[in-house]
Design a protein around this ligand. Structure first.
Ligand SMILES: [Ca+2]
Length: 507
């Protein structure tokens, strides 16, 4: 070897040893996403009543995130967040607002990974439509408004999709083997992995399970799993632990659902939890099917797996049911990343770093070697997974611009505290809430109620003001997002805000 080439080789070797991820083949990526799965529903999150051995296995071999939030805690908006790495006021996409513009979709991780040479697959509830221009109607219930052509493999569905496999157009051919869609998605995942492993391309599989979203429809194959289980309740369970919250928190549909969905009596609570957890058990079985196939194909050591949920769930906490509100049970969810390439010494850990659903696209792009991520709101979580850093951000915004006008909320969460501002002032005062999540993880005490000003309040108000300034600066000019820059401004009186409310929110 000539001296010049030898020197070049030595330089490459030094670089390769320092940055093995840059010279190795990019990993396969599997992103598994549940619908409405609360943070405390997995064995690896400390719930002693549940059986989730496959997801637990991922957690124990990877990194478990204990402070992972959906920046918007409802299906459509959250799916738009994870696909793009953008906050809701930049995706412009939610129920009561509108579909995603194609120009924004084209920045999503599935499109960018495919352009980078990845084979991409999607299965499950896509959740939002893609439109060419603002004001153009696009309906997530119609296949022609979903971006099927941007995937190499598609078993996705429109709207809420169906639990019965046979009712989903692109999944129906699995119905003879698995009549319930959760395991059918597992079977579809196996097929995608099998065909992808025969190509030279890396692959990215995204599976958005319908479970455990209502209407409660567990796979009867697992009727025996929780037959004898009595489920615990979280310490903030019940109406008595909701009285201290802002009255605006009781104006959304979450409040009546505590009784409508049966969380209010011991018998109906246990029934609700049995079927809820049975649906999550079904996801765990599907995850096991996928993990087994990776072993069979000999690619388990080159496939990164991410597991999370689109929003949390109030199973009776604070006397609430359902999701949407940015309290811990509504916004915080399980999040597990397993990267088999991380040294064993750095695996099997937990992190309390604050992370968000906007980080998922950034993480997937980082894994795929896409370096230009500066326009994303999210950060790659890989430095946390590799144990290189202890945190990736100081604060994360929490957005709630859907549903009853009274329940509109904007807030910010940090390592230690959460600050929420409830703007609604019709017959009541707008409210602030401050929770110390380190000492009060169940949000039993609003620190605005103590007689002296809490020392953290000015700092949290400043964080909120910074996030509100970003909203004012960055919100898309369509789908009713810009007015919320003023509607969420605590300095502006409610009387002035009333006229600014977008049409669906006018009282
Ligand atoms: Ca959901």
């Amino acid at each position: 070897m000539k001296k010049r080439y030898f020197l070049q080789f030595l330089l490459w070797l030094v670089f390769a040893l320092a940055h093995p991820e840059c010279v190795a083949k990019p990993p396969n990526i599997i992103f598994l996403f549940a619908d409405d799965q609360a943070y405390d529903t997995l064995g690896c999150y400390g719930n002693p009543d549940v059986r989730t051995p496959n997801i637990d296995r991922l957690g124990h071999a990877g990194l478990i995130f204990d402070r992972h939030y959906n920046t918007t805690a409802i299906c459509m908006a959250s799916r738009a967040n994870v696909m793009t790495g953008l906050l809701e006021y930049r995706t412009g996409c939610n129920f009561m607002h509108g579909p995603m513009m194609r120009s924004i979709w084209e920045q999503s991780y599935p499109v960018r990974l495919r352009a980078k040479g990845y084979r991409t697959g999607f299965g499950g509830k896509f959740g939002f439509a893609v439109a060419d221009a603002p004001g153009q109607s696009a309906d997530e219930h119609q296949y022609e408004h979903l971006p099927l052509e941007d995937f190499d493999f598609w078993v996705g569905g429109v709207g809420q999709t169906h639990y019965a496999t046979e009712k989903n157009k692109y999944l129906a051919h699995y119905a003879d083997r698995f009549s319930h869609s959760t395991r059918a998605y597992g079977a579809a995942g196996i097929d995608f992995i099998r065909t992808s492993s025969k190509t030279k391309q890396p692959f990215c599989l995204t599976l958005f399970f319908k479970a455990p979203h209502r209407p409660t429809t567990p796979d009867p194959a697992f009727d025996d799993v929780y037959k004898a289980t009595t489920f615990r309740k979280l310490p903030n369970y019940g109406r008595a632990f909701g009285n201290h919250l802002a009255p605006q928190s009781r104006l959304g549909r979450q409040y009546p659902r505590f009784e409508e969905w049966g969380y209010h009596t011991e018998t109906s609570y246990q029934d609700a939890m049995r079927t809820y957890h049975q649906q999550i058990y079904g996801i765990d079985v599907a995850v096991g099917m996928i993990l087994d196939e990776l072993e069979i194909q000999g690619i388990a050591d080159e496939t990164v797996i991410i597991y999370s949920s689109d929003n949390g769930f109030f199973n009776g906490s604070h006397g609430l049911g359902s999701k949407v509100l940015p309290y811990e049970e509504g916004a915080r969810v399980p999040m597990v990343i397993f990267d088999p390439r991380v040294p064993v010494s750095h695996r099997g850990r937990r992190t309390t770093a604050v992370s968000g659903n906007i980080d998922i696209a950034a993480t997937i792009m980082d894994l795929a070697g896409i370096e230009n991520r500066s326009k994303l709101d999210g950060q790659s979580l890989m430095p946390l997974v590799r144990g290189q850093v202890a945190s990736i951000r100081e604060r994360l915004p929490l957005i709630q611009v859907w549903g009853a006008t009274g329940s509109l909320t904007f807030g910010v969460v940090t390592q230690h505290y959460k600050y929420l501002y409830w703007c609604y002032g019709e017959g009541m005062q707008p409210r602030e809430e401050l929770f110390d999540l380190q000492f009060d993880p169940y949000e039993m005490r609003n620190l605005l109620h103590i007689p002296t000003e809490h020392p953290a309040l000015p700092r949290m108000r400043a964080h909120y003001a910074s996030e509100l300034a970003l909203w004012k600066q960055m919100a898309v000019p369509f789908h009713g997002y810009q007015p919320f820059g003023i509607i969420f401004d605590p300095e502006v009186p409610w009387a002035r805000k009333r006229d600014l409310l977008p049409a669906p929110f006018k009282p």
